[in-house]
Write a protein of this length. Sequence first.
Length: 257
Amino acid sequence: MTSGGERLASGWSWLTQTPIAHRGLVGPGRPANSLAAFEAAAAAGYGCELDVQLTTAGELVVVHDYDLTDLTGAAIRTGRLTPADRQRLRLDGTDERIPSLMEVLRQVAGRVPLLIELKRPVPILPPTLASAVLRQLAGYPGPYAVESFDPVLVAALRVAMLRMPAQRRAPVGRICGLLRTADPLTRLIGRSMLSNVVTRPDFLAYEVDGFPSRLVAWWRRRDVPVLAWPVTTVEQERYARQFADNIVFSGYRPSQQ
């Protein structure tokens, strides 16, 4: 694991300095995880958080849900999404499509940092997804970090990152929190953070409703930056900044930038 001083020296200071828009700067005509939302965030100088999944067609698509019914009205599993479906479907009744990861990288073009969450249904092997994402990010001109709820994916990202030249490595993070809607085993793993001892994340993204947390404070004292998510009001931001170094926000504009 990289020390706090090395993180700052290696250009990772944006993790604690640049507020990050949850799935882009969402608004009218700018649904979550759309090119319009990412463009709005980049234009405003905010980092962009986004979700990436790998389809059976081999595409890396930027979408949160494992099922597209609510997002598009089409009863399609995200993993089964075809390139033709992706071009045809629209997000939340707007003109926006589900973008590929490469389209997002071209749209943002290094203007602001990217916080990229890797998501997988069980059949997708962690090294396959981790390697596919990092291959596309290899030529990206701006700062980025990768993260996941899944400790096995975090481990795969860590291994893949260590194989890269030191100057190209990016932060690897673990998302955790109360996880009230998760199954009991996932909730236990996410709350205890025991896997962090093995995966050694460079940062934590912690659910804001879980603060204060003794475990998070323990890691933070050891120079592991903490991002609070999802922060949705100015009042919640003030609260979160007592326990976290930065915020992943949604539904408002942060008071600090």
